[in-house]
Design a protein around this ligand. Structure first.
Ligand code: KG4
Ligand code: ZN
Length: 395
């Protein structure tokens, strides 16, 4: 195993990332080149542009990750010192994934080192596990319930591993039947004339509004509904049991209807043009509150209150009915302050350990990919030379 040094590579969406992690627990470097400003003009990720940008960034990002790892280790680390290279194989944008996979394949071929394929969602879960190990905390009690909430995903997994083995198993016990939670944040923010990505804007503005001003009720989905347009294949045995699915497209439509019936179009347009003319305004700027009237702030607060409440109810019903002994929250939306506060409070009430990633490891990064690859290195579970991109890869 050498020293368990793994280079992780992540390019599934709009971040080109590379990191060096030792034994799944110590991130020696974690470099992320974000493309947010590139895609912001379009209000969403443009796949073709993302692929081109990954191609431009991948070599310098990996070089930087190796250089910073040397500084952190206090001695030079070279490619020859790596025990394996891990790469995200999916889910994600096909063209974007291909850049990281092709690069990782070429690198491992040239170095004659093993290649490890990682599921992006497994990566998000391991971001949290890596940090608890790094802080030398007691490991999360098993089975754990993992809530993965990002711009592309809203999933609940019951995860565990056998004693004495590091090989994890994941049972998908809930997922969104339409939009992801982060997607709802992004779409509602766009509708209200706020910046991209929308989550941080709504997060910053919500505390200034009344969360009970607009009662958004959307029912939880207790039984797995067939996906629209997809034939309902028989669920695999590992997915049997109760399901705690989500739906976020209804609330997006409800916000749209509210905007239309409350004459908010003009003020939204003013906000949109003001923000476009002042690119220095960020969700952290205090002045952004002045861009919104009270009605808008109340709408934002009510939207967030409903979305967080929905995530909270589904997560804790699942944890209770499935006998989870701890909860791990990850993905971009795990950065949300109200989500963290409310989940932490309920977990404390129920005496259930709960862990969130640091803000840097909430959103996409490669340290989580290298961390998720560590058990696979121990088990010598390596990818073969025909590894391809799997845009719809399931966990
Ligand atoms: O994990 P991530 O970086 O990329 C995906 O795999 O999708 O997640 C990005 C998503 C975006 O939808 C963004 O709006 C959301 O995470 N997000 C937030 C916050 N920060 C990022 N949502 C709510 N509150 C936040 N503070
Ligand atoms: Zn992600």
């Amino acid at each position: 195993l050498g020293t368990g040094l793994i280079l992780g590579i992540e390019s599934s969406c709009d971040e080109t990332a590379a990191a060096v992690v030792r034994a799944g627990s110590e991130a020696l470097s974690n470099v992320v080149a974000s493309q947010i400003s590139l895609h912001a003009n379009y209000g969403g990720v443009v796949p073709e542009l993302a692929s081109r940008e990954h191609l431009r960034n991948i070599v310098p990002v990996v070089r930087e990750a190796i250089a910073r790892a040397s500084v952190a280790a206090g001695h030079p680390i070279t490619f020859a010192d790596l025990d394996a290279v891990a790469v995200t194989a999916g889910p994600g944008l096909a063209g974007a994934l291909l850049v990281g996979i092709t690069y990782a394949k070429a690198l491992t071929f040239g170095l004659d080192k093993p290649l490890i394929s990682v599921n992006h969602l497994e990566g998000h879960i391991h971001a949290v596990l890596m940090e608890t190990r790094q802080r030398s905390e007691i490991p999360m009690e098993l089975p754990l319930l993992a809530l993965v909430v990002s711009g592309g995903h809203t999933h609940l997994y019951l995860a565990t591993h056998e004693q004495g083995s590091e090989t994890w198993t994941y049972h998908n016990v809930g997922r969104t039947v339409d939009d992801a939670a982060g997607e709802a944040y992004d779409k509602v923010a766009k509708l209200l004339g706020l910046g991209y990505p929308g989550g941080p804007w709504i997060d910053a503005l919500a505390p200034h509004g009344n969360p009970r001003a607009v009662p958004f009720n959307f029912g939880e989905i207790k039984h797995r509904a067939p996906r629209p347009g997809v034939t309902n294949k028989k669920a695999p045995a590992s997915n049997a049991g109760p399901h705690f699915d989500f739906s976020f497209s209804g609330i997006k439509t409800a916000v749209l209807r509210y905007v239309e019936t409350h004459n908010m179009r003009d003020s939204i347009e003013v906000r949109r043009t003001t923000l476009a003319a002042n690119p220095t305004l960020t969700p952290k700027s205090e002045a952004i509150v002045n861009l919104c009237d009270q009605q808008t702030l109340d709408l934002i607060a009510s939207f967030q209150y409903a979305v967080v409440g929905n995530l909270q109810r589904q997560a804790f019903s699942a944890a209770e009915s499935l006998g989870a002994r701890s909860i791990v929250v990850s993905g971009g939306v795990a950065a949300n302050s109200e989500l963290r506060r409310r989940l932490q409070a309920e977990a404390d009430r129920r005496n259930l350990p709960i862990a969130f990633p640091s803000l840097a490891l909430s959103t996409d990064n490669a340290a989580m990919i290298a961390a998720a690859a560590w058990p696979k290195l121990v088990a010598r579970d390596f990818a073969t030379e025909d590894l391809g991109a799997a845009p719809q890869l399931r966990l």
